[in-house]
Design a protein around this ligand. Structure first.
Ligand SMILES: [Zn+2]
Length: 253
């Protein structure tokens, strides 16, 4: 028997209201990333192991609008990032910065097609050159790699090996799930030295010093808060060597 059928209407309404208020008060959560507040109006979106974000992103509240730094590897994870950004800032996303051309930093661009997409000139060229192959790889060979990973014997794995296993599983799942929907999106606002964006609440500088992690890298600096979003110019506690090994097994760039 459904007990709610016997509740007085006003009590039923009150319970619904409390339930809705409780749900709307919950902070945004995603299987792809965790939000970490860095300062007022500045957040890092840290990729979760096994999720489809893969790289870390940044959310910056400029005052009337929002800037996103590196919108993840997949549109699926970027959709959650867009919701999180709106939840945190209350403003639409106006700017999206691509720190470099690697697929795990640009796959979410298409979710922000109405925003102004910013990169260096060389990064735009490298996206145009490489992203079609990355999308093709997601539609074809990535599923073989994912099948190998899923077939691995995990019973004797150490905790660290298990963590790496889950990370790679998420990485190749991200390729496979995004392959059919990804499109090549090219940045439209190009920076070859420095670009300042003056917000009513926060100013940011997009700066390139040329070659670093790739042929051309762009980072974002918040001068008042002394916060830097560096993309892959800085790695801490990573398993980059393993990543290179996996990708060389595929003969994939
Ligand atoms: Zn990279």
């Amino acid at each position: 028997m459904n007990e709610s059928k016997h509740l007085p209407f006003h009590l039923f309404f009150l319970l619904c209201f409390i339930g809705t208020s409780f749900l709307s008060a919950q902070p945004f959560s995603s299987r792809h990333f965790e939000i970490e507040k860095l300062d007022d109006g500045v957040w890092a979106a840290i990729a979760k192991i096994g999720g489809h974000a893969i790289c870390n992103a940044g959310i910056i509240d400029l005052g009337e609008e929002t800037l996103i730094f590196d919108p993840f590897m997949t549109p699926e994870a970027a959709e959650d990032l867009k919701k999180a950004a709106l939840d945190l800032t209350g403003h639409p996303v106006k700017y999206v910065v691509n720190s470099h051309y690697h697929n795990d930093h640009i796959g979410g661009d298409q979710v922000f097609e109405n925003a102004i997409l910013i990169s260096t000139t060389r990064t735009r060229e490298l996206i145009a050159q490489n992203q079609p192959d990355e999308i093709e790889y997601g539609k074809t060979d990535a599923s073989k790699r994912l099948a190998d990973i899923n077939a691995a014997n995990i019973t004797s794995m150490s905790n660290q090996a298990m963590e790496e296993h889950e990370m790679w599983k998420g990485y190749y799942e991200a390729y496979v799930t995004s392959g059919p929907v990804l499109r090549v999106i090219l940045p439209t606002l190009l920076v070859d030295h420095e670009l300042s964006i003056m917000g009513s609440k926060q100013n940011v500088k997009c700066i390139t010093l040329g070659t670093g992690h790739t042929e051309s890298d762009l980072f974002v600096y918040l001068p008042e808060k002394k916060i830097l979003f560096l993309g892959d110019l800085l790695f801490i506690k990573t398993i980059l060597d393993e990543r290179r090994k996996y990708r060389s097994l595929d003969n994939h760039p």
